[in-house]
Each structure stands twice: as structure tokens, then as C-alpha cells.
Design a protein around this ligand. Structure first.
Ligand code: NDP
Length: 466
């Protein structure tokens, strides 16, 4: 036994993660279902090959690792993880540790933890795609403190580092907490991408800008408060020419968005938690509508395309995006806070913001300020933190104007509008749910609370009906 750790599944993510681990000085034993892949991996590992131990069976893999063993699974989420857990079981002892680093549904991670596996188990969310896995991902761990500590040196070594040098790897809580936080991360990713797509649409269809002009705007925004990986790649995307014909490549890409489901999981879980995350829900909805190409064509044929032209300025769009982004993250963090109690986790919001600062897809400058604001008072909604309240106050008139003009001209801006709707509700102390309660009491005798303290929780509806 000479490896410090093992890894199963040398696909896109597994191979990149294994090289990252070897590069940081940890000898790693690897196994892949298709054996050729394992040997090719070693052969292609270059100067890191000395630290890579290829194995042809799970027994060999386990024997190659110094006990107590740690083995990372990087296989597709779901059945493949259960299969690998079952296949490993005969070879592992009670002190060994299996780490599921795929995009597991956190309910599955909870289930696996509660199933009484005969070894230790960590669920670990890894973000940043292949590039992140190779050079520094953001890592969100779930499991016991002791299990996290047993591999924390490796995980912090391979993780991305924030500007201040802090590793973007942390234990989020027990059981599925890491996969839960990764899921919400992906939900926010959907929302960030959707809001960017919405302002892109306004520039393209409303302002008649071409891709090169739009790219310049994104590049400029990337110098300001919106600085982020997603704005940066949006600038790069719009600046890239199609190798087949030379047009901007974005103009020849079909407008149908794929999804692997993590955004949808976030929306579904938010409903279970009664946590309002309308910006993320709108982003999932927009991907679903984008998939209904035939219906969209039939709709345009019947109703005609909206006029879309509108007199925007890119400064207002930037402010709208700033406001939308803050509102979206405020919702996402509040959802995470809402999960702590039912799942028995103590999710640390400032720590989560810190872990997202580098390595992951939603990394951005703003997350530095969010980490600080959440540290001041984790129980307070992010939008009420003085720093962000001021930013929102400043940017809100632009968000409102952009949304109003967009709606007037027929631009679909579901994510931006959902952020604004939530904001207008959350800053209204006297809303309209008194009407809902009256209706509920009328038809179902569900009762209501009164504003004046009189102890009578039902309306005189029956009398009037009679
Ligand atoms: P790939 O398809 O590139 O690789 C899958 C790997 O799993 C291959 O090594 C494959 O082996 C192996 N595998 C598949 N089925 C089984 C099975 N039943 N038993 C054993 N091994 C199996 O996937 P990715 O690397 O992209 O993704 C891996 C995980 O990481 C997924 O959970 C994914 O959601 C997650 N993830 C992916 C990200 C990305 O950007 N791609 C980002 C973050 C997380 P074989 O060579 O034999 O086919």
C-alpha cells in the first residue's frame, strides 16, 4: 500500500481531480470500469505519472491505499454510486472512507448515510467543471467532522484559493449538507446565467447590437461590481467567431438550453422548504420553455413576434443586473438558512459565500462582500445588510425601469421580473394575504388572525350565506 487516497471513475471530472491530487504531492491509486482508460490515464500523466498507481480491480485498488483508506467516487450520480458502494463493501473496513464527489441528489446522500454503511461516508459537492477539478475546484463537504478532517489536507490542497489565500473547501455540515449546498449553488448558477441571457436579449433585440458590441459591454461590466466568471465568459462567448463561416458563434447556436436537473432540484426543494426563490424558479422555467421549440414557433406564427425594440441604455442594464443578482443571492442564501432546521444542519452562510468565491462557476467579486455581510449577522436577509441594502436602493430604479420597458416591448425577462416582484413583496408590511385568509375562512373555515387583538378568528360568512 503506497497511495494516500484512491479514485474511481476517470471520466472528465475524475481524471482532472486525480491529476490535481497527484500534482499536490499525494500518491493516488485509480480504477476505472473500462480498464484501458486507467492505463491510458497513467501513460498520459506525464511528470505526475510517478504518483499515479493504476489498478485493474477494486481489490487491487483497495490494497494499493494506505489504511485507513479514503476513496473518491467520481461516477454519474444515482445508480452508479450505489453500485460502486456495493462493489467496494467486501473490501473495505469500518475505518475506511468513501467520498462521493459526483453531483448526487442530497436526499440520496442522506439516505446512504442513514443506511448504516459498513464504512465512513462523505458526500462532496465539487464545482468548477473540468478546469476547476484540474486546477482548483470549490469543494462543499458533507459528513462528520472527523471524516472531513481525515482528508481535509488533501481537499484544501487541491481546492481553489480565494484572493486572500483561503482554500475554497469546507465542511458544510452532516450527511447531505455538502450536496445540498452544491445544489443551491447550481440553482443560483441557473439564475445568474438566465439574468445575463435576459439582458443579452435586450441588447440584441431591443437595442439592435451585434455580438461584438455586446461583448464589449460585458467586458466593461466585468471591470465593475458585476465582475464574475459568468460575465467574463459571456464576453468571451460573444467575441468568438464560428469556425464554419465566421459569424459570431452565438448567432448560430440553437436557443434551446439543456439541463442536468440540479436547478430543478433546487426549485423543488425550495417548495418543500417554503423558501421563496423566484429568480431560480424563473430560470428553470425559462430553460423548460426554451426546450419547447415547436410550441414557440407555433406561438410566433399565431401571435407574431413582439416588437422588442426599446430605448435602453447599457448603464441601466448593468444596474438592473446588479440588483437582480443581489436579490437572487439573497433568496438563495435564505433557502440555505431555511434548510438548517429541518435537516438538523448548522449551515454557515458566510462560510458558504467564502467557499464560492473562487473555483466554482458562480465565483465573483460580489461574493467577498456577501461573505462579509453574512458574517455580520447570518440570520438577517442579505438584502437588509447595510452594504447590500444601499446597493439595491441605488440599482432598483434601473431594475424597475428595465423590467417595465422590457415588458412593454415584449422582451421576456422572467428572472429579472421575479426578483423585483419578490423585493416588492418583502418590503411590504401590509400585503394582500388578508384576502387569501378571508377566502380560506369563507370556504373552509380555516380561520384567521386579526390585527386588532379581538379574539374572533372567523368571519360572519355563514350568516351572509344563509
Ligand atoms: P463522465 O461521463 O466524463 O465520466 C463518468 C465516469 O464514471 C467514467 O469514468 C465512467 O467509466 C464511470 N462510470 C459510469 N458508470 C459507471 C458505473 N456504473 N460504475 C462504475 N463507473 C462508472 O462524467 P463526468 O466526469 O462529467 O461526471 C462525473 C460526476 O461529476 C457526475 O456526477 C457529474 O454530475 C459530476 N460533475 C460533473 C461536472 C462537469 O462539469 N462535467 C461538474 C461537477 C460535477 P467508463 O470509462 O467505464 O465509462
Amino acid at each position: 500500500a503506497q497511495a494516500r487516497i484512491g479514485l474511481i471513475g476517470l471520466g472528465t471530472m475524475g481524471a482532472a481531480l486525480a491529476l490535481n491530487i497527484a500534482e499536490k504531492g499525494f500518491p493516488i491509486a485509480v480504477w476505472n470500469r473500462t480498464t484501458d482508460v486507467t492505463h491510458r490515464f497513467k501513460a498520459d500523466a506525464g511528470e505526475l505519472a510517478d504518483r499515479v498507481i493504476p489498478t485493474d480491480s477494486l481489490k487491487e485498488l483497495v490494497e494499493a491505499i494506505t489504511p485507513p483508506r479514503a476513496i473518491i467516487l467520481m461516477v454519474p450520480a444515482g445508480a452508479a454510486v450505489d453500485q460502486q458502494i456495493e462493489a467496494l463493501t467486501p473490501y473495505l473496513g469500518p475505518d475506511d472512507l468513501v467520498i462521493d464527489a459526483g453531483n448526487a441528489d442530497f436526499h440520496d446522500t442522506n439516505r446512504r448515510n442513514q443506511a448504516g454503511l459498513p464504512f465512513h461516508f462523505l458526500g462532496m459537492g465539487v464545482s468548477g467543471g473540468e478546469e476547476g477539478a484540474r486546477h482548483g475546484p470549490s469543494i462543499m463537504g458533507g459528513g462528520s467532522e472527523a471524516d472531513w478532517s481525515s482528508v481535509a489536507d488533501i481537499l484544501t490542497a487541491i481546492s481553489a484559493k480565494a484572493e486572500d489565500g483561503t482554500p475554497c473547501a469546507a465542511r458544510m455540515g452532516d450527511e447531505g449538507a455538502g450536496h445540498f449546498v452544491k445544489m443551491v449553488h447550481n440553482g443560483i448558477e441557473y439564475a445568474d446565467m438566465q439574468m445575463i441571457a435576459e439582458v443579452y436579449g435586450i441588447m440584441r433585440d431591443g437595442m439592435g447590437m451585434d455580438a461584438a458590441q455586446i461583448s464589449k459591454v460585458f467586458s466593461r461590466w466585468n471591470e465593475g461590481p458585476l465582475q464574475s466568471y459568468l460575465i467574463e465568459i459571456s464576453a468571451a462567448v460573444t467575441a468568438t467567431a464560428d469556425p464554419h463561416g465566421g459569424k459570431p458563434i452565438v448567432d448560430v447556436i440553437l436557443d434551446r438550453a439543456g439541463q442536468k436537473g440540479t436547478g430543478r432540484w433546487t426549485a423543488i426543494e425550495a417548495q418543500h422548504l417554503a423558501a421563496p426563490i423566484p429568480v431560480i424558479e424563473a430560470a428553470v422555467m425559462a430553460r423548460n420553455v426554451s426546450g419547447q421549440l415547436d410550441q414557440r414557433k407555433a406561438g410566433e406564427a399565431r401571435f407574431g413576434a413582439a416588437p422588442k425594440r426599446a430605448d435602453f441604455d447599457t448603464g441601466a442594464l448593468e444596474q438592473a443586473l446588479i440588483a437582480g443578482k443581489i436579490l437572487c443571492y439573497a433568496q438563495g442564501f435564505a433557502m440555505i438558512a431555511a434548510a438548517s432546521k429541518p435537516f438538523g444542519w448548522t449551515l454557515n452562510l458566510p462560510e458558504i459565500a467564502k467557499v464560492w468565491r473562487a473555483g466554482c462557476i458562480i465565483r465573483s467579486t460580489m461574493l467577498n462582500d456577501m461573505a462579509e455581510a453574512l458574517a455580520e449577522d447570518p440570520a438577517r436577509n442579505l438584502v437588509l445588510a447595510p452594504f447590500f441594502a444601499d446597493l439595491v436602493e441605488k440599482a432598483l430604479p434601473s431594475l424597475r425601469r428595465v423590467v417595465v420597458e422590457a415588458i412593454d416591448a415584449g422582451h421576456a425577462v422572467p428572472a429579472l421580473v421575479s426578483g423585483l416582484m419578490w423585493f416588492d413583496m418583502m418590503r411590504t408590511s401590509r400585503g394582500t394575504a388578508n384576502m387569501i385568509q378571508a377566502q380560506r375562512d369563507f370556504f373552509g373555515a380555516h380561520g384567521f388572525e386579526r390585527l386588532d387583538g379581538i379574539e374572533d378568528s372567523h368571519g360572519p360568512w355563514a350568516m351572509q350565506q344563509g
